[in-house]
Design a protein around this ligand. Structure first.
Ligand code: KG4
Ligand code: ZN
Length: 341
C-alpha cells in the first residue's frame, strides 16, 4: 500500500508543444492535472515550430495554474515544492515553465526541483500501481525519443539503447505526412491501419537482426517513400498497417530481448507512441510469452504531462535532494547514463 501522505508538489511541463500543470500529494495522490495541446497551432506547418511552441506556453500557463488551484482545492502557500522540466526539450519552451515554477518557489520561499523529462516518462508506467517503480526495462517511445533503459531504482538508470536516426513517433509523423495525413500522424496511421492488412507490403525491420538495443527507422521511412508511387488510393490502409506492424515488431522484440538480456522480469512502456493500441496489444502478447510483467502507462500519461514530472519531484523530495534554484535548463539533457559497451 502506497502512503497517500507526503509532500505536496506542483509541477510544470513545457518541454515541447504541450503545456501541462499537475498537483500531486506524495507518490500517488493526484489532486489536479491539466494539459493544453498546441497541436492545432502547429498543424499548418506539419511539425513543431519552436518559437510558436514557446510563445504558446506563455498565455496558457496562468490559465492552467488557475484551474489546478481550483480543482486541487489548495492555495499556493500550501505547496511544499515546485518543479519543472529542465530538459531535454526545446530551449525556449523549457525556459517558460522553469521561469514560472522558479518564480512561484522564490515568491513562496519553497524549494524548486528541476526534472528530467525522460525520467518522468520512465516512471509513468508505475503511476498509481501501488507497486512503485520496479527494477525493470523501460521503453520510451515518443516524437522526440526512442530509448530502452534499465531502471534499477528511481534515479538509478542505465541506457541500453536508442534510435540512431528518427524517433518512432517522428517516423509515424513523417510517413503520415508522405501519405497526406494530418500532423501528428501517429493516431491517424493507427486509425487507418485498423482497416488494413499488415502483411500486404514487405517492409524492413531496422536493426532487428543486429545484437544490442539500438533502433533505426530511416530504412523503413525510405522504403515507404519508394512505395508511394505504387500506391493507389485503396492501398493507404494496407500501407499504414504494414508500416505500423514493422515499427511495432521491432519495438516489442527489442524490448523483450533487453529484459531477458539484463535479467529484469518487468517491462514499462511510456511516451506518445505507447498510446498505440497495436503496440500495447503486441507488448502484452510478447511479455506474456516471455514471462515478463508489463506495466503500460495509462493513455493520458503516455503523452507529455506534468503528473510524471511531479512524480519524479516527489522522489527527489523523498531522497532529500536540495533545491535547484540556481540550475539551468539543458535542451540536450540525457539520463547521465553509461551505455553497455
Ligand atoms: O510523448 P509525446 O506527446 O511527445 C514527445 O515527447 O515527443 O509523443 C508525441 C508522438 C507523436 O510523434 C505522435 O505521432 C505519437 O507520439 N503518437 C502516436 C500515437 N499517439 C501519439 N504514434 C502512434 N500511434 C498512436 N496512437
Ligand atoms: Zn515526452
Amino acid at each position: 500500500m502506497v502512503a497517500r501522505a507526503g509532500p505536496l508538489v506542483l509541477a510544470i511541463e513545457t518541454s515541447c508543444d504541450e503545456t501541462a500543470v499537475a498537483v500531486l500529494r506524495g507518490r500517488s495522490g493526484l489532486l489536479a492535472a491539466e494539459v493544453a495541446s498546441q497541436v492545432a497551432a502547429h498543424r499548418p506547418y506539419g511539425g513543431i515550430v519552436p518559437e510558436v511552441a514557446a510563445r504558446g506556453h506563455l498565455p496558457e500557463l496562468p490559465r492552467l495554474l488557475d484551474r489546478v488551484w481550483a480543482r486541487a482545492g489548495v492555495a499556493p502557500p500550501a505547496v511544499d515544492a515546485f518543479a519543472a522540466t529542465t530538459g531535454p526539450g526545446l530551449a525556449t519552451s523549457l525556459l517558460v515553465g522553469v521561469a514560472v515554477a522558479k518564480g512561484l518557489a522564490v515568491g513562496l520561499g519553497k524549494p524548486f526541483f528541476g526534472v528530467n523529462h525522460l525520467e518522468g516518462h520512465l516512471l509513468s508506467p508505475f503511476f498509481g500501481t501501488d507497486e512503485g517503480p520496479l527494477p525493470s526495462v523501460g521503453l520510451v517511445v515518443s516524437g522526440g525519443h526512442t530509448l530502452l533503459v534499465e531502471l534499477r531504482a528511481p534515479g538509478d538508470y542505465r541506457l541500453l539503447g536508442r534510435t540512431r536516426d528518427d524517433a518512432a513517433g517522428e517516423a509515424f509523423d513523417k510517413v503520415g505526412k508522405m501519405l497526406g495525413l494530418p500532423y501528428p500522424a501517429g493516431p491517424e496511421i493507427e486509425r487507418m491501419a485498423r482497416a488494413g492488412d499488415p502483411g500486404r507490403f514487405a517492409l524492413p525491420r531496422g536493426l532487428l537482426g543486429t545484437p544490442g538495443c539500438d533502433f533505426s527507422f530511416s530504412g523503413l521511412k525510405t522504403a515507404m517513400r519508394r512505395l508511394l508511387p505504387e500506391l493507389r488510393p485503396g492501398d493507404i490502409a494496407d500501407a499504414c498497417a504494414s508500416f505500423q506492424e514493422a515499427v511495432v515488431e521491432v519495438l516489442v522484440m527489442k524490448t523483450v530481448r533487453a529484459a531477458l538480456a539484463t535479467g529484469r522480469s518487468a517491462v514499462g512502456a511510456s511516451g506518445g507512441v505507447s498510446r498505440n493500441a497495436r503496440l500495447r496489444e503486441a507488448l502484452v502478447a510478447g511479455c506474456r510469452e516471455a514471462g515478463l510483467r508489463l506495466f503500460l502507462a495509462e493513455p493520458a500519461l503516455c503523452t507529455d504531462n506534468a503528473v510524471m514530472i511531479a512524480r519524479v519531484a516527489v522522489e527527489k523530495a523523498a531522497a532529500g535532494t536540495g533545491s535547484d534554484l540556481a540550475g539551468d535548463i539543458d535542451p540536450n539533457l540525457g539520463l547521465d547514463l553509461f551505455r553497455i559497451p
